[in-house]
Ligand binder design. Structure first.
Ligand SMILES: Cc1cc2nc3c(=O)[nH]c(=O)nc-3n(C[C@H](O)[C@H](O)[C@H](O)COP(=O)(O)OP(=O)(O)OC[C@H]3O[C@@H](n4cnc5c(N)ncnc54)[C@H](O)[C@@H]3O)c2cc1C
Ligand code: HEM
Ligand SMILES: Cc1cc2nc3c(=O)[nH]c(=O)nc-3n(C[C@H](O)[C@H](O)[C@H](O)COP(=O)(O)O)c2cc1C
Length: 1420
């Protein structure tokens, strides 16, 4: 019979009655008889086992070993006690114990280690022991040592530490060969975790069996048994179990080592061997002797004798006998591990580890009391918050969402590991659980194991098989053709909301295919009430999941609407069922299967409620996702002209002009790749949630997961893991999904349809439907974005879709002529901008005028090329041409041949403008004589700062047009935007163009255009009554939150300006904000005074030709001048000609002629504007309308965002250098830059028209945070670098291992303009993420003699080289063109120095070295 908990007769010294006597009864003498129940019994009564052992063993230990009951390593010549002390010091050292810390010694024995460590580390120690005898002895010895003020002892249970001491009560805890006595490691470590303060340290020497120890082998088991019985250990356990236990309770292992594994010449167990020859000192010989055979003989008999005399408690002798067994067993196993000739890994007795612990291993962002993380979620798009937190925290983090604790996962490794149905099952929590309010235990929302799920699954799976879905082809194409017809009917100018039409498509398709019911949503203006009700229902379900439950009960209005939506949805479903019951059909569609099917397994049918809920499920699951997929795919294709072209080529090849056939679908391999890639980047079902079926770990044992824990995989993030997809994981590249590339992907890397038995049942259905829709659309239309600069914004119900994404569908079988679609407005629908400038060009048709057609097309991002194109178009009538104006993308495959084609276009990093990208891609891939009969002329806008790609796009267009058979009418023009004569160059080119065209088309050269033609003006309000509310703050505008000065009063002004973004606008570190500014009020008033106008005067402008001025609506003079035109641009020679054409004095005429003659010197260099000239010559009788027409339209300005969304996704900042300097024209008032002056004047609360612009793919911090950045910046060029560093700081604070970057920063002096020098930069230096190396131009002595960034970079070149060569560093430069050139020179010099090569070779090597690793952003 197994012994049980022992009754007590306490001895005066603390030892208890029959505990010792009972001790050996816990083990079977014969190991072969040891059974599981013996171990169980020992674990249940661990206190008695241990106490029994120590009651008996303590005196023996003291006699045989001293007061520190543990092993240690030995150095040669080191005495036994010295080694024990050193071993204790080592633990204290590894734990980094500091004077004054409060430390707990768990299982303190008789206080030997406590006394040693207290003296060594000067800490306060509380010793804990459950053996009264030992505690008594410890107190005695401590008093004797005079340490009673530093060390106290408590009798207590290490399995109840928190109860005894309270949580967070110790700075550190250690345990030396004690916790092996615990019934479970999780138990004792868990208690230790509780009493540790956050960040506290736990150090332990633990006894473990190595992982090769195999208890099923009898000899292995025997050794363990002997160790157990000999040492009072309930069970010896594996090393990996100890490691696992740390992780499971939330400790993080900082240091771990097997001290028994060190190649020590004297083994740890030598004192047990009793080999006197190994004793290191004379005194040690006695210690060793006690364990030798003669020593043991003496001890054995002596002990028997004194027990009989009653001097020691009964049983002591027998415990002593077990000690001998233990000693022998330890030696045996220790030798086997120690002896190098032996199989080292076979078995061992003990491993010692020193372990330091931290707080929670799964990081969690700061939370609010009561509300947890709920309040931090984006209200409309929670997904946005989840993704940003993943960027910050990396592969895993934890959120408290009140109703549930969720662990969010964002790496491939995690997604792959969680795709295991033995360990994890689908969890219906959060929004999905709320959706059960409408869909109950329907397929999608059923809890695992619900019976109805099984019935419906078995009945309906076959109905969605690929074979069955093929039968639905006819119905699917029927609906698709309804959509195509609608797009054709509405024409190319119609603005299409693809998300809305694809929703119609998917909705009609599922109802027709699954329920044989036609909803005909393409025949009604409005969306079906079900769709709206469903969207609202899903959105509200999401919100309900993220509100405290109490809130859900009191929100009466929302609840009523929720109920109403459910009723609307149910009404349709009931109608469908009713309809079918009234008119039964034979067709084995989904509805019939549900109504009539009998489950083979259970013999059951679906209940009426289940049918209703599953029908709802199909309507919801079947259309939200598919419409999202199609919309995202179109978006990505619009943004990636190459992919669009390849797809078009495939569709043309497979389909030609024939309607799509079922068998064509399999041939559309590139279409499949595009759909897959869109599903990778933007999976409509954004999260897959599972529950753990067991206590386990994930991430290779790194993170402890408890049974029942909820784990949510962020599908998009997992599918963008750079480890699988590379550094360009965020980019749309269908090639990685093409053919065998897709097949070669690692398992579970692409998972947009879920996993396992709860994966999507509708996948074949959605796949076929999406192929049909996509191929048909591409076959029939050129798809052009309504706003080519649109970047993805999201909306979320339960799934996500693009928001605000609009397109034009231009029939591909149109007549060859540019289709004037949207205006490439630089800002999204800037309200001040007229929207269809091109259409007004067509208004010219109404008037009898020139008949010869002229096509003017442009590619423009910031408006200059557009302005030039517009100028040509508006000048056309006066030169005998009828112009049509359009964007370059509107003439893809449709080159006009019935009139000359004039192209005005720019380059951006060598790439075309947004609205020319498809044209550029298409034309470069033409192979024959596609441009035959095209007569053309090209003008390029560029900037010489982009040395390698200056004029790249216009040059290519000009060359390819000719190569493919086109006729160049006029030499290509080149304007350099940073040169003062930019406008002038264009004017001259245009003047020559008209001459050429006149010659070519036999049109008499027109008279100089009268300066008074063009704009007409009518006053509608004399300015006496002020319009009360001229500019309502628009909800889409950004609001200024902060505007502060960063520089000292005498330095050029630089400001930090923060905006609250319009909702749903997002950005990445490195992106830009486009700002549509107002002119400085001072300059507006200069115009008003010069023309003697009233600022409040209201006028209506009308125009015969295209114009960027606001026509046909009343506007005040002030608003017009302030918002629509650039007032201070230098005058062009054409402007001078126009001025000469109006009435003025002879003296003025002479001046004007002189200005024309010495144009460069007197106008360009001085940046003399029309206004400057008019002010100087009041006699020039220029009509105000003509003046307006001469001015270029207001341009947007780009500013690098100087913050990171990880800091605050809604509030980006700019770092702006304010342009204010003595005017080059020599006027007494300073020159004021338009946008920077506007920005400087803003106050918190002001609304600004802005838009986020994505920067090039290379200009973002590397995804891999272990890659350092080397940054070169001067002045406000610091902007993007600050954003990068803020991002890295947030990641570091979230506990990630962030590499240290280097920032070379140039400014005047620390006191004047060291931007963020004593705030952010200082903090980030202290955080260890950046090393700032300034260059002060006005006090180089404070920057190691370096004046400029380049000088500093050269001085610190070893650092740059090291980071580049050894740490894969990425390089970034931002600032003026001059500085960028300087940095480039220095970097090339570094190469030259290290390679000892020529300048040319260095330049070539530089180009090679920077491929993909160096990005520049030039401001001017
Ligand atoms: C990609 C990119 C990112 C940028 N990021 C930033 C940023 O983060 N921070 C920032 O501050 N800027 C940035 N800029 C520059 C910014 O866009 C503007 O160009 C700058 O603010 C000047 O605009 P403005 O409207 O104030 O001046 P404008 O009204 O456009 O005037 C500038 C023009 O005036 C001329 N000029 C200058 N001084 C005089 C003078 N004394 N007399 C007569 N003419 C003069 C200049 O040659 C220049 O042609 C960036 C530019 C780019 C292209
Ligand atoms: C591109 C289109 C689609 C995508 C991306 C998609 C995605 C998904 C995903 C990720 C799941 C698993 C959800 C989870 O793990 O909780 C799922 C389940 C489901 N989907 Fe789809 N789906 C699509 C189209 C469809 C269509 C067209 C239908 C029906 C016609 C459909 C019906 C369902 C159903 C019924 C389930 C639940 C299956 C179950 O749990 O037994 N889906 N879908
Ligand atoms: C980010 C950026 C990149 C540029 N890259 C180039 C380039 O590679 N080659 C070039 O000639 N000009 C380049 N430029 C200059 C523009 O082409 C020039 O400013 C042009 O006038 C813009 O025309 P738009 O206003 O019609 O868009 C770049 C300008 C910016 C802002």
């Amino acid at each position: 019979m197994a012994p049980s908990a022992t009754e007590s007769t306490a001895h005066a010294d603390g030892r208890v009655g029959r505990r010792i006597e009972n001790y050996t009864a816990f083990w079977q003498k014969d190991i072969s008889k040891e059974a599981e129940q013996d171990t169980g019994n020992r674990l249940d009564n661990y206190a008695d086992v241990v106490n029994g052992y120590y009651d008996g063993a303590t005196s023996l230990y003291e006699y045989g070993w001293g007061t520190s009951f543990h092993f240690s390593r030995y150095y040669k010549g080191e005495s036994f006690y010295q080694a024990l002390a050193r071993h204790e010091h080592y633990l204290a050292f590894k734990m980094n114990l500091k004077p004054g810390m409060r430390v707990l010694d768990v299982g303190c024995g008789i206080g030997g280690p406590a006394r040693e460590i207290a003296q060594f580390a000067d800490v306060q120690i509380v010793g804990l022991n459950n053996n009264d005898y030992q505690v008594g002895r410890a107190r005695q010895l401590t008093k004797k040592a005079g340490l009673e003020k530093q060390i106290t002892y408590t009798v207590g249970d290490f399995m109840k530490l928190a109860e005894q001491f309270g949580e967070n009560s110790f700075d550190a805890v250690y345990a030396i060969e004690a916790t092996v006595h615990a019934p479970s490691w999780e138990g004792v470590y868990g208690e230790i975790m509780k009493v540790l303060k956050p960040g506290g340290v736990f150090g332990v020497y633990e006894w473990c069996m190595t992982d090769k120890w195999d208890p099923s082998i009898p000899s292995h088991k025997e050794v363990a048994h002997e160790i157990e019985i000999g040492n009072g250990i309930p069970e010896m356990r594996h090393l990996h179990k100890a490691r696992q236990a740390f992780v499971n309770v939330g400790l993080e292992i900082e240091h771990e080592e097997d001290l028994a594994d060190r190649p020590d010449p004297i083994p740890w167990y030598y004192p047990l061997e009793g080999d006197i020859g190994k004793a290191q000192t004379l005194w040690d010989m006695f210690t060793v002797w006690r364990m030798s055979s003669s020593g043991k003989f003496v001890t054995h008999h002596g002990l028997w004798f004194i027990e009989k005399l009653g001097m020691v408690p009964k049983g002591t002798w027998e415990v002593g006998e077990t000690l001998k067994i233990a000693g022998d067993a330890l030696v045996k196993s220790g030798r086997e591990k120690y002896d190098p000739t032996h199989d080292r890994d076979q078995k061992t007795t003990r491993t010692t580890t020193a372990t330091k612990t931290m707080t929670t291993p799964i990081p969690s962002p700061p939370a609010l009391p009561f509300l947890g993380h709920i309040a931090t979620l984006d209200r409309d798009i929670p997904q946005k918050t989840f993704d940003l937190l993943a960027d910050q925290y990396g592969e895993i983090y934890q959120l408290n969402l009140i109703t549930r604790q969720s662990i969010l996962l964002a790496s491939y490794e995690m997604q792959n590991e969680l795709s295991n149905e033995k360990r994890f099952e689908k969890a219906v929590v959060g929004a999905l659980e709320q959706v059960r309010n409408g869909m109950g235990d329907g397929l999608f929302t059923a809890y695992p194991g619900e019976e109805n799920w099984g019935i419906a699954h078995r009945l309906l799976m076959p109905a969605f098989s690929t074979a069955k879905v093929r039968d639905m082809f006819g119905d699917m194409t029927d609906i698709a053709s309804q959509m195509l017809t609608k797009w054709e009917r509405f024409g190319p100018r119609h603005v299409i909301d693809p998300s809305e039409d694809f929703t119609r498509l998917a909705f009609d398709t599922i109802t027709l295919c699954a329920m044989s019911y036609r909803l005909n949503t393409f025949y009604s203006e409005n969306t079906h009430p079900f769709v709206q009700a469903m969207a609202d229902f899903l959105a509200e379900s999401g919100r309900r999941a993220n509100r405290p439950p109490i809130m859900n009960t009191i929100m009466r209005g929302s609840n009523a609407k929720y109920e109403e939506d459910m009723q609307t949805m149910n009404a349709l479903v009931l109608e469908l069922i009713e309809e079918r019951r009234k008119h039964p059909t034979e067709k084995q569609d989904l509805l019939n299967i549900m109504l009539n099917g009998v489950d083979q397994k259970t013999g059951q049918r679906l209940s009426d409620q289940s049918i209703r809920q599953n029908l709802l499920t199909f309507l919801v699951a079947g259309h939200e996702t598919t419409s999202g997929l199609l919309t995202f795919t179109l978006y990505y294709l619009c943004k990636h002209p190459e992919a669009m072209r390849k797809l078009r080529e495939e569709v043309d090849e497979v389909l030609g002009d024939q309607p799509l056939q079922l068998d064509d679908i399999g041939k559309l391999k590139y279409a499949a790749a595009c759909l897959r890639e869109a599903l990778r980047l933007s999976p409509p079902a954004t999260i897959r949630v599972v529950r753990s079926l067991e206590d386990t770990t994930i991430g290779g044992g790194k993170y402890a997961i408890q049974k029942g824990a909820v784990l949510a995989m962020l599908t998009a993030k997992c599918q963008m893991d750079p480890k699988v997809w590379g550094e360009d994981a965020r980019e749309f590249k269908p090639e990685r999904m093409y053919g065998e590339n897709f097949e070669k992907l690692p398992p579970n890397a692409w998972q947009p349809f879920g996993y396992g038995m709860r994966a999507c049942i509708g996948r074949p259905f959605a796949w076929q439907e999406a192929h049909i829709a996509l191929a048909s659309v591409i076959q029939k239309f050129d798809i052009v974005m309504h706003d080519p600069s649109y970047t993805l914004e999201l909306k979320q119900t339960m799934t996500i879709k693009p928001k605000g994404f609009y397109i034009h569908a231009i029939p591909r079988n149109r007549s060859p002529s540019p289709v004037p679609v949207s205006l490439s407005s630089s800002l999204v629908d800037a309200p001040h901008m007229p929207h269809s400038r091109e259409s007004s060009s067509e208004g010219a048709d109404a008037h009898a005028g020139p008949k010869q057609k002229l096509y003017v097309v442009y590619g423009s991002n910031t408006g200059t090329s557009q302005t030039f194109a517009q100028r040509i178009a508006s000048d056309a009538p006066s030169h005998g041409f009828k112009a049509t104006l359009g964007i370059l993308d509107s003439i893809v495959e449709h080159m006009p041949t019935d009139g000359p084609l004039v192209v005005v276009t720019a380059s951006f990093e060598g790439e075309p403008a947004d609205n020319a990208a498809h044209f550029f891609e298409w034309m470069q891939n033409t192979k024959g004589r596609e441009m035959e009969n095209v007569k053309f002329a090209v003008f390029g806008c560029g900037n010489r700062d982009w040395v390698r790609t200056y004029q790249k796009v216009p040059k290519i267009i000009d060359a390819v047009l000719e190569e493919r058979g086109g006729k160049r009418l006029h030499e290509r023009g080149e304007g350099d935007a940073q040169a003062a004569e930019f406008f002038q160059v264009f004017d001259e080119w245009e003047a020559q163009l008209w001459k050429t065209l006149a010659g070519e088309y036999g049109i008499a050269v027109a008279e100089q255009k009268s300066a008074a033609s063009g704009i007409k003006m009518k006053t509608v309000d004399p300015g006496t009554s002020r319009a009360a509310v001229l500019r309502q703050p628009d909800a889409e505008l950004g609001r200024v939150v902060e505007n502060r000065l960063l520089t000292s009063p005498n330095a050029p002004e630089k400001r930090h300006i923060e905006f609250k973004l319009p909702e749903s606008m997002t950005y990445r570190a490195g992106d830009y904000l486009s700002i549509l500014p107002h002119n400085p009020a001072r300059d507006v008033h200069r115009v008003i005074s010069r023309f003697s106008l009233s600022p409040e005067q209201q006028i209506v402008l009308s125009s015969e030709g295209p114009t960027s001025l606001p026509v046909d609506k009343p506007i005040s003079i002030f608003s017009l001048l302030s918002g629509y035109v650039e007032i201070t641009q230098p005058a062009t020679t054409r402007d001078l000609r126009d001025l000469l054409a109006v009435e003025c004095s002879d003296a003025t005429k002479t001046v004007l002629e002189d200005l024309s003659a010495s144009y460069a010197e007197k106008v360009t260099t001085r940046r003399l504007s029309i206004l400057d000239i008019l002010e100087d010559h009041p006699d020039i009788q220029l009509p105000f309308g003509t003046f307006l027409e001469m001015l270029p339209p207001m341009r947007v300005r780009q500013y690098s965002i100087s913050s990171s969304p990880l800091h605050d996704p809604t509030q980006p900042s700019l770092t702006v250098s304010v342009v204010e300097a003595p005017a080059l024209s020599g006027r007494k008032d300073p020159f004021l830059g338009v946008a920077s002056t506007f920005l400087a004047s803003l106050r918190p609360g002001d609304m600004v028209q802005l838009a986020v612009r994505g920067s090039s793919a290379a200009f973002h911090p590397p995804e891999d945070v272990s890659i350092p950045m080397i940054m070169f910046a001067a002045g406000s060029g610091l902007s993007p670098m600050r954003g990068f560093l803020q991002e890295r700081a947030a990641q570091k604070k979230a506990g990630r291992d962030v590499a240290k970057s280097t920032l070379f920063f140039g400014c005047r002096s620390p006191a004047e303009d060291f931007l963020y020098g004593d705030s952010d930069l200082k903090e980030w230096q202290e955080l260890g993420i950046v090393d700032v190396r300034p260059a002060f131009s006005r006090c180089p002595e404070k920057s190691e003699g370096c004046k400029y960034v380049q000088d500093r970079a050269w001085q610190d070149r070893a650092l740059v080289r090291g980071a580049y060569d050894h740490h894969n560093a990425r390089l970034f430069t931002c600032g003026s063109g001059k500085m960028a050139l300087g940095v480039k020179k220095v970097l090339t010099q570094m190469i030259k120095e290290s390679r000892d090569c020529s300048d040319e070779e260095a330049a070539t090597l530089f180009e090679k070295a920077i491929q993909g690793r160096y990005a520049t952003d030039i401001f001017e």
